[in-house]
Design a protein around this ligand. Sequence first.
Ligand code: ADP
Length: 490
Amino acid sequence: MYIVHVASECAPVAKVGGLADVIFGLSWEHAIRGHDVEIIVPKYDCMRYDHVWGMSVSHSDLWVPWFGGAIHCTVWFGFVHGRKVFFIDPHSNDNFFNRKTFYGCHDDVMRYAFFCKAALEFMLKSGKRPDIIHCHDWQTGLLPVLLAEVYQHNGMWGQRVCYTVHNFKHQGIFGRDILDATGLGRPDYYFSPAQLRDDNNAQVLNCMKGGIVYSNFVTTVSPKHAWEARHTPQGHGLGATLNTHQGKFGGVLNGVDYNTWNPELDGFLPCRYGIETLDDKYHNKDALRDRFWLYKSNKPIISYVGRLDDQKGLNLVCHAAHYALSRGAQFVLLGSPSNNAIYNQFAHLRNQLGQSVDCHIELGFNEELSHLIYSGSDMMVVPSVFEPCGLSQLIALRYGTVPIVRSVGGLADTVFDKDHAHADLSMRNGFTFNDLNNQGLESAMNRAISLYYDYPGHFRILMANGMRSDYSWNHPGTHYMNIYDLIRHK
Ligand code: ADP
């Protein structure tokens, strides 16, 4: 099968969060099964070019229709750890992807509307006719709309679209200007509730809704979150649209790329280890302490790695730091704040706790460091408000780091409580809590820390259970292949 992923991120070259890992992992899973898989992303100035091999010009003369004129683009090609990736590089005064940042610009919707148009124009002009175009999140929600309304009539009639929502919180809200820019036009048509009109604000259009309405199949990244999105506020206003389209909507749990995230192979670790050599994990704990000047003692290290966004339960992340220290544990945080207010909140925490020999707060994005933290920690907290899938707990499991999570979305589908789960004993792999407050978090952290100190043998069983579980791309790869087959033959 010929599959093209169109996305705003791809690990490790353009990574903000889990979306990047999914593009990297899923594309490889299908490639090694013998399918022809390509990826199209924007060519950002802030990409990790050191992870692109053989970057060369693939098409030098792509003209993308835009606002009645056209923007000249170069399309580059390179290998990202074996994956075939095309990079769209527009040349205009808008400088769409030369902003020294991936997201957060005032014209983000315009930037990605252009990206959708350019990706389709590139496929059209270069003769690419994939069986499946797999789009991801709001940034590519307009692609299936443009395909059905414009490009299908220009010769791309055989392509089917699978659309995956990684996060319902960000939907890409826009007005008539984007209809003009992309050539969709016809505002009366698109402003209908059955089309792109936002369900909460009749004055605006919604990219993600477009993706849901126009795609042949829609997924989100865990079964539990598929239910939450339809039946709770976690659909962020799209529940009704999802219910209308429920016949083509489902949840597929994300996997983790076990070539990248594997303590037996991980080149970033001072000491590699596996389930048979679990004691070697503690050399990484020592290295983590050395790196952050933490005191060497018998205390457990509890960590947090992730974006610092309201979605992640930030007050609970702060509380986890204080509570860990008060309960005789050490705490390490690596987080990328999503805005200035959040940066200030965590800079304050750093000032409060940074002098402690038992705590380190690191603000920023650092892929290499994240590997050391996953391997050197004993436990990892993920107290999210909502979590479509969550990869950090899956990576933690692989590294024998026991997750302490709030039981929502993909966290509920993957972490089974040591004491309360209905799951078989051999499946139990962490600690969970339900209530979104300090008491809820403390109840789970307290049990985890007690087990670590009082029953180290039992704690080790939890570590091993997590390391044994299979959250690779194997199962999800098959699941997506079944979806592709289904829509291809419709
Ligand atoms: P989300 O997609 O909401 O950001 P996930 O848990 O699904 O959350 O995926 C997060 C991914 O991004 C993981 O691979 C995690 O290790 C990585 N990550 C997030 N923030 C950082 C950071 N500040 N430094 C390094 N890696 C990070």
